[in-house]
Design a protein around this ligand. Structure first.
Ligand code: NAI
Ligand code: AKG
Length: 447
């Protein structure tokens, strides 16, 4: 088996050797899916996985825009259309200086499996730009989004490719992107998700990724007779996903101890309650300030410059910031401090060493493609509402989200339960996600 996996990875590396994040994401899938392929005749001789690692289309384009001082800037825009076997390409846009083809290809690849797990008809894609929104005025953000969409609009559409937000792309950016799409194409359609409520957005979409992961983690905890009630929870990040994860943890009776951003983390020994969380939401979403300002405001908190929060003793860890933010050493500290569950809210936040450490210690570990699928699932529900030209209530969307997360948890157990009863959620998510896409590809022939 190891030789088969190595031969496959050698081929992937030969073509994508300069893309470390993409190789990392593919390696994890290969290790769990190739043994499954070997056991199932229908996939033999079809090179399904090799076809799945090659994007159907990789679009790269120039984005030229003018800042407030009249200076002209050039950024690179991308859209990776990874796989459309089960539906239109679907996945977020990331605006961050670290964006490149490797990062977006890993995200698009993960998205294919994640979207399949939701059971909704969505293929996988991802896009974005190396544009840095930090420190830009609202007008500069608007001009950049408009410039970005003047090219992207040729490649997307409600039945072709439906982007949404990710790091650096929230409600404000989706508004500017949607406005330019509508103007150029002269059509009002559900071409983006995460829209404002008065122009086609869905209730619960802003909350969905954060809430969904906490629902998933709760299902994992229940398998051990545990719950969030009274548990100490460490969260990284302080953006959209982190904020609503914290909100749901509080609703479930947990105590949130930390939040972070790229400058460091804050630790509040008394816990971040709902009033303090409202302060963070205003700080990050409106004032666009730094998380260190939390420690200036609350005496119970300390700020730890340039550090990540994993050394803070906790029962549950929710990495909500970015890829590879939790390494093998961090995992060892979490395990030593008695952490019983890690649920990824970010995409691929744990390094392979960290994932192995969690598995070796047999603690509950949820990979992002399963546990953070609530965001894109609710985007799928937004697409359905747009097509039907109706709006479901908050309760209706939340119930559907809960049902989808429970279904993903069941699918992980179905494919990931090992002989000793331990559930390897990575294996479960990869195989369950693969089967649906692979079967559709088989049915559609070699294209
Ligand atoms: N927004 C969504 O619906 C979904 C987001 N995700 C993932 O969740 C993660 C967070 O995304 P959002 O909250 O939407 O973005 P956001 O832009 O609202 O927040 C990103 C957060 O990560 C922090 N961050 C970024 N780079 C960092 C670094 N190098 N070190 C420490 N902190 C860093 C930022 O300070 C910020 O707090 C990403 O990995 C994203 O791919 C996953 C599924 C859906
Ligand atoms: O809602 C969407 O389409 C984007 C979600 C996303 O980018 C993700 O799941 O990582």
């Amino acid at each position: 088996m190891e030789e088969k996996i190595k031969a496959f990875m050698d081929e992937v590396k030969a073509r994508n050797g300069h893309e470390p994040e993409f190789i990392q994401a593919v390696q994890e899938v290969a290790e769990t899916v190739i043994p499954y392929i070997v056991q199932h005749d229908i996939y033999h001789g079809k090179n399904i996985l090799l076809r799945m690692v090659e994007p159907e289309r990789l679009i790269s384009f120039r984005v030229a825009w003018v800042d407030d001082a009249g200076e002209i800037h050039v950024n690179r825009g991308y859209r990776i259309q990874m796989n459309s076997a089960i539906g239109p390409y679907k996945g977020g846009l990331r605006f961050h200086p670290t964006v490149n083809a490797s990062v977006l290809k890993f995200l698009a690849f993960e998205q294919v499996f994640k979207n399949s797990l939701t059971t909704l008809p969505m293929g996988g894609g991802k896009g974005g730009s190396d544009f840095d929104p930090k420190g830009k005025s609202d007008d500069e953000i608007m001009r950049f989004c408009h410039a970005f969409m003047t090219e992207l609009c040729r490649h997307i559409g409600p039945n072709t490719d439906v982007p949404a937000g990710d790091i650096g792309v929230g409600a404000r950016e989706i508004g500017f992107l949607f406005g330019m799409y509508k103007k150029i194409r002269n059509e009002f359609t559900g071409v983006l998700t995460g829209k404002g409520l008065s122009w086609g957005g869905s209730l619960i979409r802003p909350e969905a990724t954060g809430y969904g992961t906490v629902y998933f983690a709760d299902s994992m905890l229940k398998t051990k007779g545990e719950s969030f009630n009274g548990k100490k929870v460490v969260i990284s990040g302080s953006g959209n996903v982190a904020q609503y994860a914290a909100e749901k943890v509080l609703q479930m009776g947990g105590k949130v101890l930390t939040l972070s951003d790229s400058s460091g983390y804050i630790y509040d020994k008394d816990g971040i309650d709902s009033d303090k969380l409202a302060f963070v939401m205003d700080l990050k979403n409106n004032k666009r300030g730094r998380i260190s300002e939390y420690a200036d405001k609350y005496a119970s908190a300390s700020f730890h410059k340039g550090e990540t929060p994993w050394k803070v003793s906790c029962d549950i860890a929710l990495p909500c910031a970015t890829q590879n933010e939790l390494n093998g050493d961090d995992a060892a500290i979490l395990i030593k401090n008695g952490c019983i569950a890690v649920a990824e809210e970010a995409n691929m936040p744990s390094t392979p060493e960290a994932v192995h450490a969690f598995h070796d210690a047999k603690i509950l570990f949820a990979p992002g493609k399963a546990s953070n699928a609530g965001g894109v699932a609710t985007s799928g529900l937004e697409m359905s509402q747009n097509s039907l030209r109706i709006s479901w209530t908050r309760e209706e969307v939340d119930e559907r989200l809960k049902g989808i997360m429970a279904g993903i948890h069941d699918a992980c157990i179905q494919y990931g339960q090992e002989e000793d009863g331990y559930c390897n959620y990575v294996k479960g998510a990869n195989i369950a996600g693969f089967v649906k896409v692979a079967d559709a590809m088989l049915a559609q022939g070699v294209i």
